[in-house]
Write a protein that binds this ligand. Structure first.
Ligand code: N2P
Length: 396
C-alpha cells in the first residue's frame, strides 16, 4: 500500500477533522468515514492511516480492497465523440492533479472489437446498456469497488439503480458500470423540407426524401428500426424476423444518403430532411439553429430507449484513479456541466440544475416515455446474427 501523493488542503482539511471527530464519537461508521473522505479527494490508504492513528484497528479489514492509491499523472478515457465537456476534464485535473486524455470510438461494436482484440491502456469506457453485459460476459470489465463511488447515491431513479443489464443481485453482488447519460432514439425532421412529420418510421421510407435521409451506423439501432417498423421486437432472436428487417433496410437503401452515427448533429444543423438520431444530438443542434426549424419524432410503432454507462476495463492501467473519475462524474455539478455541453440527459437528475438549454430540459424523457420504449438487450450468441445481418445491409 502506498499513501496519497498529496495532503489535503484548506477546506478539505477542516472537513477531514470534522469526520475524524465524528468517527471517534461513533457518529460515523468507518465505511462512511472512508466514503466521505474519498469524496473529499483523499485516498483510501491515507484515510486508513488517519483511522489507524486514532487507534482504530479494524480499518484494514473494513477497507474493501487494498488499492494502490498513488495517483498517476494521467488517465486515458475511451469515449464516443462529442460526449464529454473539456471543462469537466479540466475540473477533474484541478481536483486530483490527474490529466485526462481522451480517445474516441464511433460505436459500441468498434469499442468492443478493440478491447476484445486485446487493446490496453484505457482506464475508462462508456458502453451502452446491453454492451455492459456483453463486456462483462467477455471478462473485459472490472467489478467496481462501490465504496470508492459514494456519489452513486445521486442516482435516484430506481430504473437506473439496478438495471437488468447490470444488476448486482444477479452478478454475485458485483456492479460493473455506473450510469452516465440516457435517452431515446428517434428521428429529426427539418420542417422546411418535411412540413408534416408523421411520427412513424414509415416516413423514413418515403421516396419523396430520396437521398435526404441519414440512418445511424449502429447495427442494433438501425436493424431495430426495421424490426419495430414490422411490429417485431428489436431484441428478436428469430432469424426469419431479422431477415425481413434486413429486407426492409435494403429496400430503403436507395433513399439513404449515409449511415452515420458521428455527424448526426451536423446533418440536422445543415438541414438534411430526415436524420435517424439520438435525442441529445437534436438538443445540441438547436444551439446552432432555431428550435422551431426541427422536430424530434418518437414514432408511435415504438422506439429504443438507451442508457450509457461508465465502466473500467479489466486491463485498465489505473483502476484506482478510474474509480475517482467515475465518482467525479456522478457529482451533479460535473455530470450537469457535461450534459449542458453535449446536449444529452444526465441520469443523475440533480445534474439538470446545470443544464441551461430550455429545449434540452423540455426534451427530458418522462417515466412514461422511458416505459413505452424498448431497451436493446444482450441476445447472447444471436448477436452474431445481427452482425451478419448488418453486413448484409451495408454491402447490399
Ligand atoms: C454521442 C453519442 C451518444 C451515444 N455522440 C448514444 N448512446
Amino acid at each position: 500500500m502506498t499513501g496519497t501523493s498529496r495532503p489535503p488542503g484548506g477546506g478539505a482539511r477542516d472537513e477531514l477533522d470534522k469526520i475524524t471527530g465524528a468517527v471517534a464519537r461513533g457518529e460515523l461508521t468507518r465505511r462512511q468515514f472512508i466514503e466521505r473522505g474519498v469524496a473529499l479527494g483523499l485516498s483510501v490508504g491515507a484515510l486508513g492511516a488517519v483511522l489507524a492513528a486514532c487507534g482504530d484497528e479494524e480499518t484494514a479489514e473494513e477497507t474493501p480492497q487494498a488499492w494502490d492509491t498513488t495517483l498517476p499523472e494521467q488517465i486515458h478515457i475511451y469515449n464516443w465523440s462529442d460526449y464529454m465537456s473539456p471543462e469537466c476534464l479540466e475540473n477533474f485535473e484541478a481536483e486530483y492533479g490527474v490529466k485526462v486524455r481522451e480517445s474516441y470510438y464511433d460505436g459500441n461494436e468498434s469499442m468492443y472489437a478493440k478491447l476484445q482484440a486485446g487493446a490496453t491502456g484505457y482506464d475508462v469506457i462508456f458502453p451502452t446498456d446491453m454492451w455492459v453485459t456483453i463486456l462483462r460476459k467477455s471478462d473485459l470489465l472490472q467489478p467496481l469497488d462501490m465504496a470508492l463511488i459514494p456519489n452513486f447515491a445521486n442516482v435516484t431513479q430506481a430504473v437506473f439503480q439496478k438495471p437488468a443489464f447490470d444488476n448486482p443481485d444477479t452478478q454475485d453482488g458485483e456492479k460493473y458500470s455506473v450510469p452516465y447519460m440516457f435517452g431515446t432514439t428517434g428521428y429529426a425532421a427539418t420542417l422546411a423540407k418535411v412540413p408534416a412529420p408523421q411520427d412513424s418510421w414509415g416516413q423514413l421510407w418515403d421516396p419523396a426524401y430520396k437521398r435526404q435521409i441519414s440512418m445511424l451506423n449502429a447495427p442494433r439501432e438501425t436493424l431495430g428500426v426495421g424490426l419495430i417498423k414490422l411490429g417485431y421486437s428489436p431484441n428478436t432472436t428469430s432469424q426469419e424476423e431479422l431477415d425481413q428487417a434486413v429486407q426492409q433496410l435494403i429496400d430503403q437503401k436507395p433513399l439513404v444518403l449515409k449511415y452515420d452515427s458521428t455527424n448526426t448533429r451536423r446533418s440536422i444543423v445543415e438541414g438534411l430532411a430526415l436524420t435517424h438520431c439520438w435525442d441529445g444530438d437534436v438538443a445540441l443542434a438547436i444551439k446552432a439553429i432555431p428550435a422551431e426549424d426541427v422536430s424530434y419524432m418518437l414514432p408511435s410503432e415504438g422506439y429504443i430507449v438507451w442508457a450509457d454507462g461508465i465502466a473500467i476495463p479489466k486491463s485498465a492501467p489505473n483502476p484506482y484513479a478510474a474509480h475517482l473519475f467515475l465518482n467525479f462524474m456522478l457529482d451533479p455539478k460535473n455530470v450537469g456541466a457535461a450534459a449542458d455541453y453535449i446536449g444529452y440527459q444526465p441520469v443523475v437528475t440533480a445534474g439538470m440544475d446545470y443544464v441551461t438549454n430550455e429545449t434540452q430540459v423540455a426534451m427530458r424523457p418522462t417515466d412514461d416515455v422511458i416505459e413505452a420504449g424498448a431497451l436493446a438487450e444482450d441476445v447472447g450468441d444471436f448477436q452474431r446474427n445481427y452482425d451478419d445481418a448488418w453486413r448484409e445491409v451495408v454491402s447490399a
